[in-house]
Design a binder for this molecule. Structure first.
Ligand code: G3H
Ligand code: ZN
Length: 283
């Protein structure tokens, strides 16, 4: 069933686990996520970035997400990932998304507050949950690139002010993760997560979570992270599945056969993440 992001994350916060938010671009990815969620009895978030919306078109991506959620045996939220412009967020709300991220992290604090607040007022009026970002997460997520020099960690006091003034439902924080493939092992600033958690009562969100070791993710969850975003690890599983199949079957021409192993590999990866997040049997 289709539910709001807030509903999922408040339950996760209450019970001490994290909900996986996995990026969607096409039908096979959506099916892999839903099958993994149903087989592990996990709540889940399907998230579409602006890049995914550009690739598939809003009608297709919204229809895929809503159809999957409506037929799923587990609660599913449909979320806009890294919405950077106001109009895009409104279009998603109109198309039935139950959660939106308004990413104003490129702006100075005052502007980020004003930009986020405008979305919160409208989204709340129609029952849609809102995620915002404070601090800057490095790396590339689709069309948005933040280099290491520009990245800034979230300041706990600014987080308090940001949450109070915007009324946002959950907050993405910059604590050492990065979008894309890591060069070395990522080092999370756990003290900072705790410092933010001690001052801010809403669920916290971890971006750039692909490639972060399981133990670090578990520790982050114990300190207040309740939404974990995964994109790159699914891309890797998808690509590996396609490459292996085509290598072993060079004459293959049936897209269903070529994509089946990709879907299976993504599904295994997602189930593995759900175990780490502690969302298994929480649906
Ligand atoms: O918003 C999406 C995520 O932060 C994904 O990051 O590609 O590093 O897993 P990732
Ligand atoms: Zn992200």
């Amino acid at each position: 069933m289709l539910v709001t992001g807030k509903e999922l994350l408040l339950d996760a916060q209450k019970k001490g686990y994290a909900v996986g938010a996995f990026n969607i671009n096409n039908m096979e990815i959506v099916q892999a996520i839903i099958e993994a969620a149903e087989e592990t009895n996990s709540p889940v978030i399907l998230q579409a970035s602006q890049g995914a919306i550009k690739y598939a078109g809003i009608d297709y991506i919204a229809a895929l997400g809503k159809t999957a959620a409506k037929n799923a045996k587990v609660p599913v939220a449909l979320h806009l990932d890294h919405g950077t412009d106001f109009e895009q967020v409104m279009v998603c709300i109109r198309h039935g998304f139950t959660s939106v991220m308004i990413d104003g992290s490129r702006f100075p604090l005052e502007e980020n507050i004003a930009f986020t607040k405008r979305v919160v007022e409208i989204a709340k009026a129609v029952g849609v949950s809102v995620e915002a970002e404070l601090g800057k997460i490095s790396g590339t997520e689709d069309h948005i690139t933040v280099n290491e020099r520009e990245a800034t960690f979230t300041d706990p006091d600014e987080a308090v002010r940001f949450v109070d003034e915007t009324g946002v439902d959950y907050l993405a924080i910059a604590v050492g993760t990065a979008h894309g493939v890591y060069k070395g092992e990522p080092k999370l600033d756990f003290d900072r997560i705790k410092a933010i958690r001690d001052k801010v009562k809403i669920p916290l969100v971890l971006h750039g979570s692909s490639g972060v070791p399981a133990e670090a993710l578990k520790k982050a969850i114990s300190l207040g992270i309740h939404k974990i975003n995964i994109d790159t690890d699914l891309r890797i599983a998808f690509a590996e599945g396609v490459k292996n199949y085509v290598k072993e079957n060079p004459d293959a021409i049936d897209p269903r056969k070529i994509l089946a192993p990709a879907k299976a590999m993504m599904k295994e990866k997602i189930k593995e993440k759900m175990e780490i997040f502690g969302s298994v049997n929480k649906a």
